[in-house]
Design a protein around this ligand. Structure first.
Ligand SMILES: Cc1cc2nc3c(=O)[nH]c(=O)nc-3n(C[C@H](O)[C@H](O)[C@H](O)COP(=O)(O)O)c2cc1C
Length: 159
């Protein structure tokens, strides 16, 4: 199985904690996995031999966190061709921000699809107001995503 890279967008560490839990679970299950702070991402980050999980929170008025701003800006302005890249999205947010709930993850999802990448499985949107731990929600989602890697033909909209 291809190595899994989790790209982390965070302001106060929740998304980083979720990514750490996912890496730990994946490693225990026998996958090669690592997390990468989005401030270190740019051209060359996406490689077809890897699989990616975008794990990001939302700040401001539905914006990506500060450490993700430059990378998100690179994607939207330079518009690299991401055909062949496969990814999943774990969004963190709070339903108190009704109009912009989990917009950080949604923004990445939208731009990656526009650039030709393929999302495997539905995005998962964590609600901080729900009383559930975001790592618990993400770990629940993980098997569905792993299943979609093995069965991309089940992904809606794919030929
Ligand atoms: C100033 C501020 C603005 C926020 N704006 C949004 C928002 O627009 N939409 C949303 O869903 N969550 C929003 N949130 C909630 C955070 O995304 C949520 O608390 C998340 O768990 C933080 O994760 P992090 O520690 O990885 O940054 C906001 C939180 C703060 C403190």
């Amino acid at each position: 199985m291809e190595p899994i890279v989790i790209l982390v967008g965070t302001m106060s560490g929740n998304a980083e904690m979720v990514a750490d839990e996912l890496v730990s679970k994946l490693k225990k299950t026998g996958f090669a996995a690592q997390s990468l702070d989005m401030s270190k991402c740019g051209p060359g980050t996406f490689r077809p031999e890897n699989l990616y999980i975008i794990c990001t929170s939302t700040y401001g008025d539905g914006d990506v966190p500060d450490n993700a701003t430059e990378f998100y800006g690179y994607l939207t302005t330079q518009r690299p061709d991401l055909t062949g890249i496969r990814y999943g999205v774990v969004g963190l947010g709070d339903r108190l921000y009704d109009a912009t709930f989990c917009n950080g993850g949604k923004r990445f999802d939208t731009i990656l699809t526009e650039l030709g990448a393929m999302r495997l499985a539905e995005r998962v949107d964590n609600d901080a107001s729900s009383g559930r731990y975001p790592d618990e929600v993400a770990l629940e989602w993980l098997p569905t995503w792993l299943e979609a890697i093995c069965h991309p033909e089940l992904v809606e909209g794919q030929p």
